[in-house]
Design a binder for this molecule. Structure first.
Ligand SMILES: Nc1ncnc2c1ncn2[C@@H]1O[C@H](COP(=O)(O)OP(=O)(O)O)[C@@H](O)[C@H]1O
Ligand SMILES: [Mg+2]
Length: 260
């Protein structure tokens, strides 16, 4: 009886206890690796044509780091982000996320790891247009099997934290771009993830909205989260303590700087 529900729970990507009562993320100076890539290659096969998007990337990112990934269009940034975010797996090489080898996980286990550890923010916001801001922010909690009332409360809190406490019933089409991206940030933080990944999060925003969204990332970082963002704007990369430059699927430079 005790074990009876477990495979089904795993299939649904449930991590109820952990997501329902998250451990507080404390600011710390720990240096334990959260992301460890070892000679990761990614080859996309499209018909006859194979594109080697990542050519043996090795990289370690520690807990609590704020890292910017830069590089020209087509250099492999999004591919790298998809692998780091467990949205895809390497063709070869090894990837450990918080000590867990995810390089050969199947889709069900990857979904569970994503839900448990990672918050995502994308350039196009990726909100569901027919749903209110509140329902959008609830989505990751629904996947985690969090009961409705707790979901509501936590999503409302997350929207307040990004300054949208008075917009919870608005749909994406009724919000500005900057507000939509803040909804996406609320959705990313509602599960209290240790790692926040963002792919060109300010690429569609004006300078005022960019500043607001970057301030939210600063806050997430100050709370002890690891933040990795892709950008081609120098002003955005300046917030990070480390800038990794990708060129033709390889790391060109990997500089630790002062950061903020
Ligand atoms: N799903 C895919 N199928 C085939 N080729 C892809 C796919 N995604 C990306 N690529 C190719 O891989 C290379 C790297 O792409 P990407 O990681 O999106 O670069 P960036 O984000 O730096 O612009 C490009 O040459 C691109 O055309
Ligand atoms: Mg890209």
């Amino acid at each position: 009886m005790v074990g009876a529900g477990r495979p089904a729970a795993a299939a649904a990507g449930l991590a109820v206890a952990r997501v329902a009562s998250p451990a507080p993320v404390l600011a710390q100076t720990s240096t334990s690796p959260v992301i460890e890539l070892d000679v990761v290659r990614k080859i996309y096969q499209t018909g006859e044509i194979a594109v080697e998007a990542l050519r043996g990337v090795s990289l370690t990112i520690n807990e609590g780091e704020y890292v910017a990934i830069m590089g020209p269009s087509g250099s492999g940034k999004s591919t790298l982000m998809h692998i780091i975010g467990c949205l895809d797996v390497p063709t070869s090489g090894r990837y450990e996320l918080a000590g867990e080898d995810v390089s050969e996980m199947d889709e069900i286990d990857l979904a569970e790891v994503r839900n448990r550890r990672i918050g995502f923010v994308f350039q196009q916001f990726n909100l569901l247009s027919s749903m209110s801001a509140l329902r959008n922010v609830e989505v990751p909690l629904s996947y985690a099997g969090v009961p409705r009332e707790i979901r509501r409360r936590r999503a409302t809190e997350a929207l307040s934290r990004v300054g949208l406490g008075d917009r919870v019933q608005h749909r994406p089409g009724e919000l500005s771009g900057g507000q939509q991206q803040r909804v996406a940030v609320a959705r990313a933080l509602v599960t209290d993830p240790a790692l926040v990944l963002a792919d060109e999060p300010t690429g569609n925003l004006d300078s005022v909205a960019t500043a607001e969204v970057l301030r939210l990332f600063d806050e997430l970082h100050d709370q002890g989260r690891t933040v990795v963002l892709i950008t081609h704007e120098a002003e955005v990369a300046e917030r990070a303590a480390r800038v990794i430059r990708i060129r033709d699927g390889e790391i060109a430079t990997n500089d630790i700087r002062g950061g903020r």
